[in-house]
Design a protein. Structure first.
Length: 217
């Protein structure tokens, strides 16, 4: 046996062919994986949220925030998904991180709003942490069915009870209706200058002119 054959790095012709074939198969596997399972862009994992602070009755500004969604694209199998506009307190308490107090706050805010049009509205509840919303948003859904405020018939007290309307804004809606007659179109409400532009996209879901309702596109 010569020095070359005694070396640890010596491979026979058949061994070299086997190693080359193994490397080739690994390269093919990595190539197919890259084609069939491309990595998801990180931007898809970020959700833009329009947050509204219900405690702010003066400016009522909406702040854009971005929340990292680590469950984007994850399939949820064999899991009960609650309808947030229909779930009662017992159903909500069955979810992790939701106790009796928070379940009541979710229902109370739902009743005050007249229903949720989006799950993002849950973040307007001060006691509900973003981390809790992030971990549970795949466990509930929202049908977007809300109770409408008929601005041509609603009283001052009825308008004020809505979390998105302050007393001064409700007064402006009533005064404009009294001075100019009933609202004929949903966009006519803007003429009262009662609703800030930053708030319009949210309150619009809850307004109706007589039997006219706002439908999402």
């Amino acid at each position: 046996m010569n020095a070359r054959q005694s070396s640890l790095f010596y491979f026979s012709r058949s061994e070299r062919i086997a190693l080359a074939l193994l490397v080739f198969l690994l390269l093919v596997q990595w190539t197919l994986r890259a084609i069939w399972y491309p990595p998801e862009p990180r931007s898809l994992y970020w959700r833009k949220l329009a947050l509204f602070n219900p405690a702010d009755s003066s400016e009522q500004q909406i702040v854009d925030a971005y929340l990292y969604d680590s469950t984007w694209g994850v399939q949820v199998n064999n899991q009960i998904v609650l309808e947030i506009n229909k779930a009662d307190s017992a159903m909500l308490e069955g979810l992790p991180q939701i106790g009796g107090f928070l379940a009541q706050r979710i229902i109370q805010y739902r009743e005050a709003l007249g229903g949720y049009y989006s799950l993002i509205q849950l973040l307007e509840i001060p006691q509900l942490k973003e981390s809790t919303w992030e971990s549970l948003h795949s466990k509930w859904k929202c049908n977007g069915q809300v109770r409408k405020l008929k601005v041509n018939q609603a009283t001052l007290d009825e308008l004020v009870q809505h979390p998105y309307l302050s007393y001064q804004q409700a007064q402006r809606l009533i005064r404009y209706r009294q001075s100019h007659g009933p609202y004929h179109h949903i966009d006519d409400i803007k003429l009262s200058k009662a609703i800030p532009d930053s708030m319009w996209s949210k309150i619009l879901y809850y307004l109706a002119v007589d039997s006219t309702t706002y439908e999402t596109q």
